[in-house]
Design a protein around this ligand. Sequence first.
Ligand code: ATP
Ligand code: MG
Length: 446
Amino acid sequence: MNEIIQEVEMGQWRRTHSSSEIRSCSENDIVVVMGWVSSVRDHGNLRFIQLQDRKGSTQVVAKKGECPDPVLEQIQSLKEHSSIAIKGKVKLQQKSPSGAEIVPIELKVFSHARNAAPFLIQGKRNSIGLDTRLDLRALDLRRNSLQTIFHIRHTILKSIREFLDKEGFTEVNTPKMIATSTEGGAALFPIFYYDREAFLAQSPQLYKEQLTMSFENVFEIGPIFRAEPSRTNRHLSEAISIDTEMAFADYNDAMRLLENLLFHVFDSIRSINKHELSSSEIQIPQINIPLPRYSYAEILQTLHESGENVRYGDDLSPQVLKLSASNMNLDGFYFITDWPASIKPFYVKPDSKSEAKSESFDLMYRTLEISSGSTRINTKSELIDRMRKQGLNVQKFDYHLKVFDYGIPPHAGFGVGLERFLMAITGLDNIRDAAFYPRDIDRLAP
Ligand code: ATP
Ligand code: MG
């Protein structure tokens, strides 16, 4: 422990002003500011500290003669990242970005940064290995660019709740520990549930459909768990899904809801995060609604025209989509509609005129899938039929199927991956940076 710096408790000290409030103080006002040291600059008997809090940062100027000697001495030993409080006098400074500086009178060091950080957080994100940053994620998240990204995430969630509330949706929570898979497939994490095997939910799909019986329009914002063995830049093992389901609606209604929701979210970000965005490199994409809609068949057609060998029923991977992107101007956000029923989950309603296709859509941003949605099957016999066709064990879905004996309304909905959406909005190329603590096949800590 550095003998000059003594760590102390907060005691009766409380912050009187945040960094953004200092500019509205008068000259010589006494204030208490709290935060962490984001930079220190030394000029002999003059030391500048940048004190960061959640609203921004304030410059503290400690000069021999102006600030008590013991305080100056401590300030000279302070390291970046230390958590501190300063009681000081406001000095208005037109030139300073915060409009004012603080001349310290007293200092409290709550937690002294003992070690030099393994990476600089002022540097560019991509100049440091992602794994190095993720190993000390809490520190990494002090980085300005990540702060902006996660503030935008906050706006997304807040504005989605606002929008869906106005549209008459009830927020729900469905179980995350479940007895059978939602969609079949292997991507499940088994867990111990007392003396039985259970799984982490890969989606709230079946529960949110059931809830349309009693609430009509529901939404859930919660984790989904998927055992994704491949390492990609767009898959996490634990992601946040924004799920909606609405009664007396089909997939066209769901698409309209989704594009209006996007529009509202973009509008909110532009106004709420305006200040941060003006000093960041993040360019929020433009969005005009209604969004372009291309059918799966149309996309396939352009792929065939450019000589690609993709068959009806093949999935459209980002690599494949890249090939049609230039011919079709697949920039920005757009929908791909009417997917083959064979590559959509069992609960997706086949088209009434052509069994091979389904009433479904994916919302895309360039070649990245952001959301999948559809009209759902709402008759029991059709659902059983589709389950059999997909090789699922019908008995295991008994708990779900019996609901269909009691008048479930026609319904439709979608699930948006929050991290994918955040990637699209902020231009991130790796989904791991869109999660606070990402989980993937190699990472289970921190
Ligand atoms: P992909 O084909 O890209 O793996 P998916 O079609 O399997 O996605 P859906 O079951 O349609 O995914 O899930 C709805 C949305 O949830 C997706 O559009 C995506 O935004 C998000 N999502 C799904 N799986 C993941 C994951 N492993 N990591 C992050 N987000 C995911
Ligand atoms: Mg999908």
